[in-house]
Design a protein around this ligand. Structure first.
Ligand SMILES: NC(=O)c1ccc[n+]([C@@H]2O[C@H](COP(=O)([O-])OP(=O)(O)OC[C@H]3O[C@@H](n4cnc5c(N)ncnc54)[C@H](OP(=O)(O)O)[C@@H]3O)[C@@H](O)[C@H]2O)c1
Length: 295
């Protein structure tokens, strides 16, 4: 099976490379930003036609949520327009597209886990651009599976909440963390395994459409930070930290508004994956172990 991965240098992309390389009889092509820049929409189709993949996984995105407020057009090109061009090329090559989207398509005011069918209402430019990407893919009428996920972190890639907390916890006695935003931390290792199963691990392919996948359980950023420091201390990682102080969103103003509640309901995807994903705390433990081995 020929699989094309776009965005292989990101934190999810790195985990995907590892998961896909472990699949027998799979030929993996990874295109980096240097080889296929998604701002060059005119080059997308020819790059895909040259590789003739059976499966395309798009893990590339403009992910700087706050910067996107000032770079709306750039975010919209990469997240909103390029996925539609990828989807049209996939359709014309008879390839299946697996595209990653986000909990930030929702407003965060539902108060119970969001279903795939719930109305979207992004609060920020990043969320708007990601929703536009979903819509462009659906409009292309490709054989596409859109996987919305949330609060992603992994040992690979440039940075994420876990790495930031570990850095701050090693430098300072006190860290202040937002306690009134609720979601589900999702480890790239579990997400990559799920995407790999969707791509090539099923006898009967999962029907095209939108699916939600996160680790199981629910946490605030504050809960997540506490767990990071507990697990890091148990592993003997260096910490100066003595206090984690819960704060409100209004005490930590950011250029982009974020949903207060963005837990995703994953009941639609679990039958295809043989059950729910591991609890987020288990994923965190595995990621921290991996990070320590890398140090
Ligand atoms: N991070 C989260 O919390 C989160 C939550 C929900 C959903 N998601 C979604 O999950 C997916 C993976 O996210 P991630 O956290 O792994 O992101 P990431 O670590 O920021 O990686 C983004 C990837 O996209 C590539 N990229 C950026 N601009 C590009 C361009 N113009 N052309 C080609 N490639 C480009 C990057 O390449 P370089 O290495 O060259 O920069 C990198 O490989 C994305 O669709 C994201 O929207 C993420």
């Amino acid at each position: 099976m020929r699989v094309l991965l776009i965005g292989g240098t990101g934190q999810l992309g790195e985990a995907l490379q590892r998961a896909l390389q472990a699949v027998p009889a799979l030929t993996l092509t990874v295109l980096t930003r240097q080889e296929l820049n998604l701002t060059q929409l005119g080059q997308v189709r020819s790059a895909i036609e040259r590789i003739k993949p059976e499966i395309i996984i798009n893990a590339a995105a403009y992910t700087a949520v706050d910067r996107a407020e000032a770079e709306r057009d750039l975010a919209m090109t990469i997240n909103g327009k390029a996925p539609g061009v990828v989807a049209a090329a996939a359709r014309d090559c008879d390839a299946r597209l697996i595209h990653i989207s986000t909990d930030y398509v929702f407003a965060g005011d539902k108060g119970s886990p969001y279903l795939e069918t719930d109305p979207t209402h992004p609060l920020n430019a990043y969320g708007e651009s990601k929703r536009a990407g979903e819509q462009a893919i659906l409009a292309a009428e490709a054989d596409a599976v859109i996987v919305r996920t949330a609060w992603v972190y992994g040992a690979g890639g440039k940075g994420n909440f876990v790495k930031t907390m570990l850095r701050l916890g090693a430098e300072r006695p006190e860290v202040r963390v937002v306690a009134d935003q609720i979601g589900t931390p999702t480890w790239t290792g579990d997400l990559a395994r799920a995407i790999t199963t969707i791509a090539c691990g099923m006898d009967t392919p999962i029907p095209a459409g939108i699916y939600h996948y996160t680790n199981s359980g629910v946490a605030s950023w504050y809960d997540f930070a506490i767990a990071i420091f507990e697990e890091a201390a148990a592993l003997g990682m260096p910490l100066r930290l003595q206090r984690v102080v819960p704060i409100t969103t209004s005490e930590y103003p950011t250029p982009a508004r974020r949903p207060a509640y963005s837990v995703l309901a994953w009941g639609k995807i679990t039958p295809y994956l043989g059950g729910p994903a591991p609890h987020w705390r288990q994923g965190l433990r595995t990621m921290l172990g991996e990070l320590q081995n890398l140090r």
